[in-house]
Design a protein around this ligand. Structure first.
Ligand SMILES: Nc1c(NC[C@H](O)[C@H](O)[C@H](O)CO)[nH]c(=O)[nH]c1=O
Ligand SMILES: CC(=O)[C@@H](O)COP(=O)(O)O
Length: 160
């Protein structure tokens, strides 16, 4: 199902575990900050709505999406966390650089989920244009940050 057929912000709170005892890291790319700040706001709002406390949500910034992998790994190695949300916005430019950044970021975050023992949620928009990014970071299709927060809570308690 494509994003246009679902709203990224819709969740049934009754089905989400209470996050009041969980600790989250959020690593945020500074590229396309208009978009990443919207994703961050959506994620924090949803985490708090599900019981997470302000002092249990720790934010680090990195220059771009390519650095999200290292930033998330460093967070996991440094802090005691139950889940990490990696937030980025990659928008197609004139060259193939988009393809390399998207692929490296997706593969890097996937690798962390294999190597590390803390779930890392892929909250990276990979869009053709800024409008698609706006639509998915609090616009008409909802907020992928919200979706990522719910995924983070569910993965944090998986198997417990
Ligand atoms: N063009 C975008 C980038 N490019 C920068 C890379 O992510 C990286 O920071 C640089 O190559 C240095 O290693 N990053 C984004 O997050 N979004 C873009 O649209
Ligand atoms: C995703 C990118 O790196 C891209 O936005 C950079 O733009 P360009 O391909 O025009 O150099």
């Amino acid at each position: 199902m494509a994003t246009i057929n679902k709203n990224l912000s819709v969740y049934d709170k009754a089905t989400i575990p209470n996050a009041n005892k969980l600790r989250f890291g959020i690593v945020v790319s500074e590229w396309n900050s208009e978009i990443t700040e919207g994703l961050y706001s959506g994620a924090v709002e949803a985490l708090k709505d599900c019981g997470a406390t302000e002092n249990n949500i720790i934010r680090w910034n990195v220059p771009g999406s390519f650095e999200l992998t290292f930033g998330a790994k460093k967070m996991i190695e440094t802090l005691k966390l139950n889940a990490v949300i990696a937030i980025g916005s990659v928008i197609q430019g004139e060259t193939k650089h988009f393809d390399f950044v998207c692929d490296a970021t997706a593969q890097g975050i996937k690798d962390l989920n294999v190597i590390m023992n803390v779930p890392v949620i892929f909250c990276v928009l990979t869009d053709n244009n800024i409008q698609q990014s706006r639509d998915r970071s609090g616009g008409k299709h909802g907020n992928k940050g919200t979706e990522a927060a719910i995924a983070a809570i569910k993965m944090a308690v998986l198997g417990k």
